[in-house]
Design a protein around this ligand. Sequence first.
Ligand code: ASP
Length: 336
Amino acid sequence: MRKTLMAAALTTGLSTGTAAVADTPVGLVIHGGAGTIERANLSPEQEQAYHDGLRLALEQGYAILQAGGSSLDAAIKAVTILEDNPLFNAGKGAVYTWDEQHELDASIMDGATLNAGAVAGVRTIKNPILLAHKVMTESVHVMLSGVGAEQFAVEKGLEQVDNSYFNTEFRYEALKRMKAAEGALPHQAGLVRDPNWQMGTVGAVAIDSNGNLAAATSTGGMTGKRYGRIGDSPIIGAGNYADNSSCAVSATGHGEYFIRYQVASDICARVKYQGVSAKAAADAVIKDVLLPVGGTGGVIVVDANGELSWSFNTPGMYRGKIGSNQPALTAIFADD
Ligand code: ASP
């Protein structure tokens, strides 16, 4: 059992700021990817580093909510911090493509307006979530890809980096292991599934003091992806969705399943049309729909009542939450 409670320090420290309207619950849930994350594979130091990374993102995102800021700004802040942390598969630390490059996907959605922005296959943008936000707020489009997305980023003055900025040794080792496993049949690249080395994504969902929901998701995708493969993370309704009338969802997992089963919008539709709780809807989709067909992964969810929850069908998911009426919590394994 490994939980990090930081209620005292965090809530005490932040409660002296400009408080959100007292009876309006604000809250933030984050994830850093789901997969075959087992205690035996993480040293205590590694475990602590993940908790610390999650905690920093929670603290900084929640400070925005407590100061009366928007759910969009809180989600962007949390995701940006996770993108900058090499432990997580987004931004710095993104996985490698088959061609030993990094191609990043991200999306954001505003539950108040249903405005959304997404980018796919970008190679030189330090924080893809910031570019997705620019697409939402400063373009007439929802999704931009590849060189066009990068051209737009340059016009908007976003920070660019060389593709090698995203390099990390442990992700490169993962690619090499994958290539060794698939070496005999290179045309089947991507068919051998080992969530241990292939998966990860970061995301945040939030509710602010105006009751507005937001969702943000960013990823390097899956190790060894090729042919310009795009996953669920930048696809509105698959890996990311927010609607004030139901809920906000950010997903992580085997993207092909999340696209085909429209996971994020299915969860919100169940909340909206069946009147079930966000947690019940998430469990139904992740455990009853995806698991039987082999779709592994998980989601974080916040609903219009401020209920903060998650669901996953993998041994672990890096995750954390904090709300007006609940202490901050970070967790990794299923039994945390
Ligand atoms: N969903 C991401 C993708 O398929 C990967 C992940 O979340 O692990 O690109």
